[in-house]
Design a protein around this ligand. Structure first.
Ligand SMILES: *Cc1c(COP(=O)(O)O)cnc(C)c1O
Length: 399
């Protein structure tokens, strides 16, 4: 990194943060250190509870030179003091939930979000004696009225899966501070290019590195950035004891992907904007959700909170199942597949009945709200880096 006090820009940070030439070999690119153990020349405590930032490398479940380069780069991009990497986004999420919540604690969480997280908090946490209240965190009043004396954490996902709801991180963080509870933001759809939740008041930021951060659909990983003491607890308990640590090879792939994150996100956004405009005027499309469109319900919050509207679009047609069948057989460029944030464009039907039964289990007004937006199902589009005209033509022939 440049040594003067000027804070480097986001592109310079993406390329250089966490990396420096190997002092012995002069290698300019990062080394992949595939060693599970390290030879030490001083006595190092054998307990994950005694880990500090200055502990020498001892065992890769606690820390590894390649992984540390990745963590340093992510922390710099998130503008947070510390970061710990995991084997997947879900490993990062379980580390946060299990390390920081205990029996009789209460969690307030977005009522529609990544299905893995939704199912974990509805099925597993209550079994451990942790109370959970799912609310629409885009409505601040719902968050406020969910607060209880035993509330310890508010978990928001913004933009959220699959309706791309935007939650005002600053406002929720103010409410949380007032009640003395932690705010965790799953910022996977936004990436640090769009939003830096830590600077908006959040305590911890969760990323699935499998998505935009790695960006090429070839490596799984997760990360949590935030305050040094909290991240230290996650490293000791979440990584050291639960053990979901990232492979140094995957850390290296993601490190390499992240160098181009700023320019990829710009291209994702430009393509998504063109595709969203095309979809919005298409006669067969009933509804398009994209935070960059004035028709998005929280477009005003998106403008304030996001420096980039990202590459995720959701849209509704009146015969989603038939359309999905066409897509599976006729799409040339789009892959009909789950996941997101890759250089390749992906599309998938998120079926309402499935999500309601397995993941969200909404009722009353919240169920009506979801159903009126998504109908029987909503297509989730992860707009890739191909030419926008080709993407538009590919979708046009299946609509
Ligand atoms: C994919 C995803 C996760 C889970 O990440 P994995 O790397 O697949 O374990 C969590 N949150 C969001 C928003 C995601 O998109």
């Amino acid at each position: 990194m440049p040594s003067d006090k000027r804070i480097p820009g986001i592109r310079t940070t993406a390329v250089h943060a966490g990396e420096s030439p190997n002092p012995e070999t002069g290698a300019s690119a990062p080394d992949i250190v595939m060693s599970s153990t390290f030879v030490v020349d001083e006595k190092v405590s054998f307990s994950a509870n005694n880990l500090t930032d200055d502990t020498p490398f001892l065992y890769t479940r606690w820390s590894n030179p390649t992984t540390k380069q990745l963590e340093t780069k992510i922390a710099a991009m998130e503008q947070a003091p510390a970061c710990v990497a995991f084997s997947s986004g879900m490993a990062a999420s379980t580390a946060v939930l299990f390390s920081l919540l205990s029996q009789n604690d209460h969690l307030v969480i977005s009522n529609t979000n990544y299905p893995g997280t939704a199912e974990l908090v509805r099925d597993t946490l209550p079994r451990m004696g942790i109370e959970v209240t799912p609310v629409d965190t885009a409505e601040l009043a719902q968050v406020e009225s969910a607060m209880q004396p035993n509330t310890r954490m508010i978990w928001i996902e913004t933009p959220s899966n699959p309706l791309l709801r935007i939650t005002d991180i600053r406002k929720v963080s103010e409410t949380a501070r007032h009640h003395g509870v932690l705010v965790v933001v799953d910022s996977t759809f936004a990436t640090p290019i769009a939003t830096r939740p830590f600077s908006l008041g959040a305590d911890l930021v969760v990323q699935s590195l499998t998505k935009y951060m790695g960006g090429h659909g070839d490596a799984m990983g997760g990360a949590v950035s935030g305050k040094t003491d909290l991240v230290g607890r996650l490293r000791g308990e979440g990584a050291g004891h639960y053990g979901g640590v990232i492979s140094p090879f995957n850390a290296w792939l993601i490190l390499r992907g992240m160098a181009t994150l700023p320019i990829r996100m710009k291209a994702h956004q430009d393509n998504a904007m063109e595709l969203a405009r095309f979809l919005e005027q298409h006669p067969r499309i009933e509804r398009v959700l994209y935070p960059g469109l004035p028709s998005h319900p929280q477009h005003d919050v998106a403008i304030r909170q996001m420096d980039n509207f990202s590459g995720m679009i959701s849209f509704k047609v009146n015969n989603p199942h038939e359309t999905a069948q066409h897509m599976m057989t006729r799409l040339d460029i789009f892959h009909y597949a789950v996941s997101l944030g890759h250089h390749r464009s992906l599309i998938y039907l998120m079926e309402t009945q499935d999500l309601m039964q397995a993941s969200y289990r909404l009722s009353g007004r919240e169920r009506d709200k979801y159903q009126s937006t998504a109908g029987e199902g909503i297509f989730r589009v992860s707009v890739g880096l191909e030419d926008a005209d080709d993407l538009i033509n590919d979708l046009a022939q299946v609509l």
